[in-house]
Design a protein around this ligand. Structure first.
Ligand code: ADP
Length: 447
């Protein structure tokens, strides 16, 4: 079965409505108009004949009509007959051809020679006795003319109605064109082209608002889709490097007889790359948690002054950069609601970066302070600093200012720091100058 489009359905509805109006209202109007016209003519004829009968002149055996012609309108003829149907006075229209036999007391219509007449026959009484009868004949020419004019008007109205219906179809097509555009765009998007937009910005009606919301939703969708795509390719890229290194080391170890020392070296390299992969996977897991936005941290009130001190001590102990000194300035007894492991991850990421991007003989300073309603944790370094154009990008996933293979870290550390800070009601701030050093500060708002 063929499905009717909305446009066709609306057109069908209003065309049916127009046809109904045409076939019911116009004949009804015609009927009411002709009825009124005939009734008015009847009433007029009645009153005219009332006046005429009052002025009749009775003379012996004859009955004469008064000569006063003002009593009846032009087009009304009056004749008086005797009881034996002999014309006594007055006259009827020349083209009037009608039997003389009267139908007394009633008004009726007759057609003679293509002309319509209204006839009124009434008896004439003198001293209580019928002495003759009177016939009044009124032309219905003006009534017919009015009705004909009305009919002509109806014939003009019909093509106007058809024109309105056609214009309505065109108007509906225009009004519904945005819907067609939206549907077409949705189809193209369904076929995999996420870059398509409706672009109905010139229209401010309901369709315009719908199209704009649709476009905005698509912008967000495309953006998140692209981010996911970039994320997957970045993850594959980051995993490929350690896996290639592991395969190479394993192949080298299996290639011919090797000294125990050489096996040890290969296994050491494999272990190092596996640890890197392990760390990358745990960071990715954390990213996944941050990404779905539903992670509920297990907060506990912790003395973060002590915790910060412990973390700094541990990092200092296992530091791969012994020539970079770690300074510490911690206000005692600061407690805060935190998820301990996340707080540790945040601080370790910041200190690791400060050590990693430092210069030989440089320093790192960790500061923890509090005010009435906030706690400030900062990690400052004397390292290489960050250029102005890179500064806004450092919080992005997989961003590395130095893309060379020397920087083997995946570029996830700071985006994890930002997520953890925000999860704890904190905000991240950075101040950095190339070749001078950087200052990362987290402001935790206390509730
Ligand atoms: P990565 O794993 O590469 O350290 P991060 O997300 O921690 O990833 O940092 C992103 C980038 O920001 C780094 O690659 C580096 O270029 C820059 N960066 C981060 N911390 C510092 C710092 N303390 N000094 C200089 N550059 C930094």
């Amino acid at each position: 079965m063929k499905i009717l489009t909305i446009r066709r359905r609306i057109m069908l509805w209003y065309t049916t409505l127009l046809v109904l109006i045409l076939v019911s209202a116009l004949p009804l109007m015609y009927f009411v108009l002709s009825n009124n016209l005939y009734n008015d003519t009847k009433t007029l004829l009645h009153s005219e004949i009332d006046e005429v009968t009052k002025t009749l002149v009775f003379d012996d055996a004859t009955i004469q009509l008064d000569d006063n012609l003002d009593l009846v309108e032009a087009g009304t003829y009056v004749a008086v007959y005797s009881k034996d149907n002999v014309l006594l006075s007055g006259k009827l229209p020349p083209d009037f051809n009608l039997r003389a036999q009267p139908v007394l007391g009633s008004i009726y219509l007759e057609e003679s020679d293509g002309h319509k007449w209204m006839i009124y026959d009434c008896s004439i009484a003198q001293n209580g006795e019928t002495s003759g009868w009177l016939r009044a004949v009124k032309s219905l020419g003006s009534v017919d003319e009015t009705l004909n004019n009305f009919q002509t008007t109806i014939y003009i109205i019909i093509p106007v109605y058809i024109a309105i219906a056609l214009f309505g179809g065109f108007f509906i097509k225009r009004t519904l064109s945005p819907v067609v555009r939206i549907a077409r765009t949705a189809k193209q998007i369904g076929q995999g082209d996420l870059s398509k937009r409706i672009h109905l910005s010139h229209s401010h009606d309901e369709f315009g608002i719908l199209a704009e919301s649709f476009d905005q939703m698509l912008d967000r969708l495309e953006d998140s889709f692209n981010r996911e795509k970039r994320f997957s390719s970045d993850v594959s890229h980051e995993l490929r490097t350690p896996i290639t290194a592991i395969i190479l080391s394993a192949e080298e170890a299996l290639d011919g007889n090797k000294e125990p020392e050489e096996y040890k070296e290969s296994l050491g390299a494999i272990l190092k790359e596996s640890r890197k992969m392990n760390s990358l996977i745990s960071q990715l897991l954390m990213m996944a948690r941050s990404h779905d936005g539903k992670y509920a941290p297990e907060m506990e009130e912790i003395d973060i002054s002590m915790l910060t001190q412990t973390i700094v001590d541990e990092v200092s102990e296992r530091s791969e950069y012994p020539d970079v000194s770690i300074l510490i300035e911690i206000e005692d007894g600061i407690t805060m609601l935190v998820e301990q492991t996340l707080y540790m991850r945040l601080l370790i990421n910041l200190i690791d970066n400060a050590l990693k991007y430092n210069i030989p003989g440089g320093w790192v300073k960790v500061t923890l302070a509090s005010s009435e309603n906030a706690v400030y944790l900062s990690v400052e370094d004397s390292g290489i600093g960050i250029s102005k154009e890179n500064l806004p990008k450092i919080w992005d996933r997989f961003f590395k200012a130095d893309q060379s293979s020397i920087n083997s870290s995946p570029g996830l550390g700071l985006s994890i720091v930002k997520w953890i800070a925000e999860l704890h009601g904190g905000t991240v701030h950075v101040n950095s100058k190339l070749n001078k050093g950087s200052l990362f500060e987290i402001r935790f708002q206390l509730k």
